[in-house]
Ligand binder design. Structure first.
Ligand code: ATP
Ligand code: MG
Length: 422
């Protein structure tokens, strides 16, 4: 992609009405646009990152058998009344709306347990229909009290929500473990593996604990206690002597950290299948309630956490797995030889499947370098007068700052694959 064609521009100044690092950098670099507090639109660069995150999630969820659907945002009041959760006292973050023709009330989906349970009732009859898992990557609305964390806490945001349906507790436990592993893979592939902890959090009627995936970050709104040996963590909300004993942890060895919840997995038991009478008939023809689990991840929140935790004083630092482009190609000056060498390199990279943002603008080298640091593309190629004379390209790593040079005519397949993150 030609940078001169990109309709977004980087901003010299940071936006005045933002406090969070992720929103400041993402707006300044032209990845997102703020519509209102807690409401952000994704622009071409931001959308590329967002889609890559969603695809990693999709691959891992499909690998454990998840089938993708896309439910509606408009939700039926009657369906929510079945569990009592239409009530604003019970669910305090509802956005609701109504039709001007006849006044029918709708909920704007904040989660989808109720509608999905009602939906699968049409398809689950016998033990042969189970187990199964259904997911979507879709917009949610929540009237969050303090939307001050940029894209990490939106009033409108996208969630990957997966729901599992099993015949027995044992079958549920097997899927739950698979989902946990899939989540571990996702955070690792997105570059957050090392700082993300499997965390014990409050459960519900059907399980003692739920589990959160918490990423260490100063920007976090949660406090967790990490056991350095195992990497396991406990959310402050549930930390007490009984829990410590349960998990075989000692209070002295735990380290307090601020963290952001990036994912949550939950055993739901029959909490939803009972009110909806979601049952199946077993081998003997007996009716049994379906055992459910719910598993959420916020791709936008993940993108924000990457900016918060991996960025530096110069700007964003994307891991290559989710970077908007693999290579930022900077042409310095507009001499014929430089333009030719740049375009040759661009073609070579693109033919090898490397995604390139080509800075073909006629602006100063200083401006190109600053923009490139701000945008955070992992590898920078610089084609300049001096380098062309040497028959070389300068290569700089955004993460380490390390500078090397390569021959502009001999990019090995191995090197090209490395650029693509393969
Ligand atoms: P929190 O306690 O941080 O509000 P939650 O417990 O409400 O999170 P869940 O309902 O479990 O979150 O949602 C699943 C996932 O969706 C979260 O782990 C997070 O990644 C993401 N998420 C939740 N709320 C938001 C939001 N307002 N903006 C962006 N992502 C969100
Ligand atoms: Mg919440």
């Amino acid at each position: 992609m030609l940078q001169s064609h990109l309709f977004t521009k980087t901003r010299k100044e940071t936006p005045k009405d933002e406090v969070s690092k992720n929103a400041l950098l993402l707006i300044q670099a032209g990845f997102v646009h703020k519509e209102m507090a807690g409401v952000y639109s994704y622009l071409p660069l931001g959308l590329r990152v967002f889609n890559k995150i969603c695809n990693i999630i999709r691959e891992e969820v499909e690998a454990i058998g998840g089938q993708e659907v896309f439910l509606t945002v408009l939700q039926d009041k009657a369906v929510w009344e079945k569990t009592g959760r239409w009530n604003d006292e019970l669910v305090d973050n509802w956005f609701k709306t109504e039709s001007k023709y006849g006044g029918q009330q709708y909920g704007l989906g904040s989660t989808h347990e109720e509608p999905l349970t009602a939906l699968v009732k049409d398809y689950i009859q016998s033990y042969r229909d189970l187990p199964m898992a259904i997911y979507q990557i879709q917009t949610k609305f929540r009237d969050e009290k303090r939307p001050k964390s940029g894209i990490m806490r939106g009033r409108e945001f996208v969630m990957k929500d997966l729901y599992s349906f099993s015949r027995t507790e044992e079958e549920h436990a097997i899927f739950y473990e698979k989902a946990k592993q899939a989540y571990i893979n996702i955070f690792k592939r997105i570059g957050l593996g090392e700082r993300t902890h499997f965390t014990f959090a409050s459960g519900g009627t059907f399980s003692k604990y739920s589990h959160e995936f918490q990423t260490e970050s100063e920007s976090g709104e949660d406090t967790i206690y990490v056991d350095p040996k195992s990497g396991l963590a406990v959310n402050k909300e549930v930390l007490n002597d009984e829990v410590l004993k349960d998990l075989g942890l000692s209070r002295e060895s735990l380290i307090e950290k601020k963290a952001v919840e990036v994912g949550n997995i939950f055993s739901l038991g029959t909490r939803f299948s009972e009110p909806f009478e979601l049952v199946y008939s077993d081998e003997k023809g007996e009716k049994k309630p379906v055992i459910m689990g719910g598993y959420g991840i916020g791709p936008g929140r993940l993108m924000g956490v990457v900016v918060e935790t991996l960025g530096d004083e110069k700007g964003i630092v994307w891991p290559s797995s989710i970077a908007p482009f693999h290579v930022h190609l900077l042409r310095l000056g507009d001499k014929k030889e430089v333009i030719e060498a740049s375009e040759k390199t661009l073609a070579l990279l693109q033919n090898a499947g490397v995604e390139v943002l080509y800075d073909d603008r006629n602006v100063s080298a200083g401006e190109k370098f600053a923009d490139s640091d701000l945008m955070g593309i992992p590898v920078r190629f610089v084609v300049s007068d001096r380098m062309v004379a040497l028959g070389k390209i300068e290569v700089k790593s955004r993460k380490t700052g390390e500078v090397t040079s390569i021959d502009n005519s001999s990019l090995s397949m191995e090197y090209l694959n490395q650029l693509r993150g393969l």
